[in-house]
Ligand binder design. Sequence first.
Ligand SMILES: [Zn+2]
Length: 248
Amino acid sequence: MFEHYRTRGFVIKKTDRGEADRLFTVYTEDFGKLELIARSERKIKSKLRVGLEMFYFSEIEFIQGKAYKTLTDAILINQFPEIKKNLGKWEIASRISVIIDLFIRGQESDPAVWQLLKEVFRSLNDWEAERTRLKLIYFYFLWNFLSILGYGLEFYRCISCRQEVFPENMFLNIREGGVLCLACQKKVKDFKTLDAGSENIADLIKILKVFSEEDIEILKNLRVEEGRLKALQKISHRYLLETLEKTK
Ligand SMILES: [Zn+2]
């Protein structure tokens, strides 16, 4: 007899397989990322269908076969209806899911990632805000997630000389993963610092610190102008690509 396992998780990816089967990627509380096959899931009568849509939070049961883990039960806990209704929210949930899938390769539980996912999905569902402001939830997720995985940016000390860096002479080096002081920035020509347009690096760093040090609830009251949001988008995107490169 196969042993049955039960856990809770978020559906972050699904792919059709063969005639009626479907492969699900679920980020779970007890096992981290799992790939599970749902036999005949695409048939109308499958009881699995109820709990297995994108971004659903469900309790699942599976058995470990020789090659695959097979889903045997899925009970819906929360379907996050607002994410489904709102295109902006849906896009953010998709991005978060893709990033989880890209960075987490093995099967290993991580309470910090689990906690973060629960927070961001709940906030994304509950928070009423316009599309541009919703992106703050994505940035919050991204910077916390990378930091949990050990890729956090160094905000406080110069990555070259290790001296404390102050807002008035602060530079950011995305590739090396942290801030530089004025002296090191001048000294080392190889250090390509980030051009944030008219935005002040120190102001951007301040927001990144808020993400990594404060509770997600703070986003509701966080004032970020549009220009700064764009700069944040640029930094986040570049840092994401740079970090992905490092993990290859
Ligand atoms: Zn320095």
